[in-house]
Design a protein around this ligand. Structure first.
Ligand code: ATP
Length: 292
């Protein structure tokens, strides 16, 4: 028996850091939404009880360091499952890019294994298990659009924003999330995004207000470290994007546009500059699609 699950990338419409917590994590407030740039996670039942994994991108770990593998191990141990699974990841989301690819693979594995192993768990239960793997996994379990608080694991669902195109560009550099957070001086953040205004723009389907409300306090940190990321941002702005922001800790920068003609203009401008450029639609609502 085999199940295929879509694992969509997420973008941050806002990312605010409120404080550094005594446990070392940061207290965040993020509005996130899924886009239709997605990995595919295939789960094939194994009767011998083993958990194995392979990934189309050879540099992604294929053992317990892989978030999807960890998800399978956690579920199997917690519910004393005798069966195993082979996980195959068809990687489309760029890795270490600020798009939560690994977290989304873990979330897809949790949703798929819930079916494959007949666990009958709710999405809330899967999200709670996901929080043990990573802060972005609970959001990825639900998909759609949400406000994430705490470490990122406290989810409040939001309606779908006004539909639009999303053009994503990832320069060929690796950014460590821990490094970016480590360099952030929370007391010195000059400009916090208005999470409240972003939520209002989404509820009112006000695309223009949504673009004006975009903000990410990690952006300046990554932009200072990597001038190439700043150049991509400026190129998108000069090419007529309605809204431009770095996602997560970067280095991916995305542009939001409503008019299809602008998509081509921005895509072409970027392609001369960076190899990894993707055009996607905002999903807005969870599609939770099981492919087979
Ligand atoms: P986030 O936005 O949640 O910080 P990210 O998009 O920046 O995530 P990922 O693509 O999830 O980053 O990769 C971060 C690291 O996680 C990689 O260096 C990789 O080695 C590891 N990793 C573990 N599992 C996976 C997976 N299934 N896919 C990609 N990377 C994975």
């Amino acid at each position: 028996m085999r199940i295929s699950v879509k694992a969509p990338a997420k973008i941050n419409l806002t990312l605010d850091v409120l404080a550094k917590r005594p446990d070392g994590y940061h207290e965040v407030e993020m509005v996130m939404t899924t886009v239709d740039l997605a990995d595919r996670v295939d789960l094939t039942l194994r009767q011998d009880g083993a958990i194995t994994l392979d990934c189309s991108a050879s540099f992604v770990p294929d053992d317990i360091r892989n978030h999807a593998y960890k998800a399978a191990v956690l579920l199997r141990e917690r519910y004393q499952i005798r069966q195993g699974v082979h996980v195959h990841i068809d990687k489309q989301i760029p890795v270490a890019a600020g798009l939560a690819g690994g977290s989304s693979d873990a979330a897809a594995a949790l949703r798929g294994l819930n079916k494959l192993w007949n666990l009958g768990l709710s999405l809330d239960e899967l999200a709670a298990i996901g929080a043990e793997i990573g802060s972005d996994v609970p959001f990825c379990v639900y998909g759609g659009t949400a406000l994430a608080r705490g470490r990122g694991e406290q989810i409040t669902h939001l309606p779908a924003p006004a539909p639009c195109w999303v053009i994503l560009a990832k320069p060929p550099i690796g950014v460590s999330t821990a490094d970016v957070y480590g360099r952030l001086r929370v007391q010195e953040i000059a400009c916090h995004p208005s999470t409240e205004q972003m939520i209002r723009s989404i509820r009112e389907q006000d695309f223009s207000l949504m673009c004006r409300s975009m903000g990410n306090v990690l952006e300046e940190v990554t932009l200072d470290m990597h001038p190439q990321v700043r150049q991509i941002k400026e190129l998108m702005e000069q090419s007529g994007a309605d809204g431009v922001l770095m996602s997560g800790s970067g280095p991916t920068v995305f542009a939001l546009v409503q008019k299809e003609a602008k998509v081509h203009r921005i895509y072409n401008a970027l392609r001369g500059f960076v190899k990894d450029v993707f055009v996607a639609r905002m999903l807005g609502m969870p599609d939770g699609e099981m492919l087979a």
